[in-house]
Design a protein around this ligand. Structure first.
Ligand code: ATP
Ligand code: MG
Length: 478
């Protein structure tokens, strides 16, 4: 949502929040490496403001109009329609002399009442000033005057060499009200995009480096590092289960904002860890987003349908319908992304699916892939805190491949379930759960063959409830 005080938006609620209200007569400098996303961010700012009824002018020296419109349309920026509605104007200027630039630019801005003006980029003009020192002062003064007298928001882009910082942008830093510096880092072939907020007039800067991502069809997404308990998750909702034994394992109740860690040996698992998910979904009419780093979505689908059929005696059709109604399954291969990139894709997916329960399955793949990555823990933790603040229930499934990660994740969870397998007198292996919940002593809960029988006795209740819920759903659709 747009800040009420703000006159302008960046098109990203998180970024608006971070840099505070953009008031009229401000200059924003977007500096960055080649390909870091300057044009994308400036275009998004332009487009988002045209949607608020503002008139925007985009001035460039190099960008080709057709190419820019086409590329930006891929990130949700529709310059074509904004132009047709009279809210957007694209102008390409030749690079001739500093005098002609100042004249042309000023007359363009003055000819129509533009609210937002973008200059992509300032580098060719800055290069022109290299020949005569006083030209630089004239240029800076020109931007300063333009911002304070005519334009609402002036967005100036500056390219900085990929090798470190170029002192060339420094004089513009000085006249800008806000400076956003875009960078990218490549670690083991994986790209991380970082936005550094260098200076925001009137705001004490606490967070300087913020990860961001450019999402196909959506644009730039910024992840504002959350603080524990920053946002009130609203009224606490308690979730229950139909199979009472599960509630015992879950410590009596499961509350919104709870984080669970379920771990098992690397060599063995039990469907009993996934089964409560089905129960929780049906009993509480709760949507689950199931993210797996280990399998493809169809394997999880098959696994869950099989569990419902074998352990709850659900008919195949009912199992499929339950899955369709309650589960959104997505699969990610962590090797394709940097930790921050993956975290933001997940945050984006969680926002669009908006489930009550978020499941991360195969956490060991994350730990193995990102072993040694400096920002893995920070990103993981940020995502967990963000989810807690949103009141989501998070269930992490993790094979114990790495004691360090296992212990660290357990230490920050509200409920810990460690699955072990114990050999009985008859040689059979039975699962045993070591359970710890915040505010309680740890306890051991065993599960024998006869308990499986008890499970099945609840299945009729659960199937009945499922059918009722599915019926309610189709009733509402009609
Ligand atoms: N549809 C898309 N989806 C996701 N990312 C995209 C998409 N299109 C472009 N990108 C990414 O955006 C980056 C280019 O962004 P942009 O052109 O805004 O950067 P720039 O800083 O203006 O670059 P330059 O210095 O070349 O002008 C590329 O790294 C590219 O990977
Ligand atoms: Mg560009």
């Amino acid at each position: 949502m747009l800040n009420k005080e703000a006159e302008y938006t960046t098109g990203s609620p998180e970024l608006d929040d971070l840099i505070g209200p953009i008031l009229p007569n401000s200059m924003l400098l977007i500096a960055g490496h080649p390909g870091s996303g300057k044009t994308s961010l400036a275009s998004q700012i332009c487009y988002a403001n045209t949607r608020l009824g503002k008139k925007c002018l985009y001035v460039t020296f190099y960008e080709d109009k057709g190419k820019l419109y086409k590329n930006m349309s891929k990130i949700g920026v529709d310059f074509q329609s904004a132009e047709e509605k009279g809210f957007f104007k694209f102008v390409k200027l030749p690079v001739v002399s500093i005098e002609s630039f100042l004249k042309e630019f000023a007359s363009l801005v003055e000819r129509e009442d533009f609210d937002v003006v973008v200059l992509d980029s300032v580098n060719p003009v800055l290069e022109l000033t290299e020949k005569r020192e006083e030209h630089r002062a004239i240029l800076l003064n020109f931007f300063y005057q333009l911002t304070s007298s005519i334009i609402g928001l002036l967005v100036v882009l500056a390219e900085v060499e990929a090798r470190g910082e170029n002192v060339e942008t420094r004089p513009i830093d000085f006249v800008a009200d806000a400076v956003i510096y875009l960078k990218h880092r490549v670690e083991r072939g994986m790209l991380s995009r970082i936005m550094e907020l260098r200076k925001i007039r009137g705001l004490p800067l606490q967070t300087v480096e913020i990860p961001f991502v450019i999402i196909e069809g959506k644009g730039i997404r910024v992840f504002k590092p959350p603080k524990p308990g920053e946002i009130c998750p609203g009224p606490v909702k308690k979730l229950s289960t139909t199979i009472k034994e599960f509630l015992e394992v879950l410590g009596g109740s499961l509350k919104t904002g709870n984080t669970l860690l379920v771990s098992y040996p690397s060599w063995g698992r039990t469907p009993l860890t996934l089964l409560p998910l089905v129960d929780l979904a049906i009993t509480n009419d709760s949507k689950i987003l199931f993210v797996t780093f280990l399998y493809s979505p169809d394997v999880i689908e098959e696994l869950l349908t099989g569990i419902m059929q074998n352990y709850l005696n659900f008919e195949a059709e009912l199992a499929r319908e339950v899955l369709k109604k309650y589960l959104h399954i997505a699969s990610f291969n962590p090797s394709a992304y940097s930790p921050s990139h993956l975290m933001m894709l997940l945050a984006d997916l969680i926002e669009s699916v908006n489930p009550e329960i978020v499941v991360f399955h195969g956490g060991e793949v994350l730990a193995a892939t990102y072993k040694g990555f400096s920002d893995f823990w920070i990103n993981h933790r940020n995502l967990m805190v963000w989810l807690k603040n949103k009141g989501k229930i998070v269930v992490n499934y993790f094979a114990r491949i790495d004691p360090y990660w296992n212990k660290t994740l357990e230490a920050v969870s509200d409920l810990v379930v460690r699955v072990y397998f114990k050999r009985e007198g008859n040689g059979e292996l039975h699962p045993e759960f070591l359970v710890w919940r915040q505010g309680f002593h740890p306890q051991v809960i065993g599960f024998k063959s006869e308990d499986m029988g008890k499970l099945a006795s609840y299945s009729r209740d659960l199937a009945k409830l499922a059918k009722q819920r599915l019926g309610e759903g189709s009733e509402r659709e009609r």
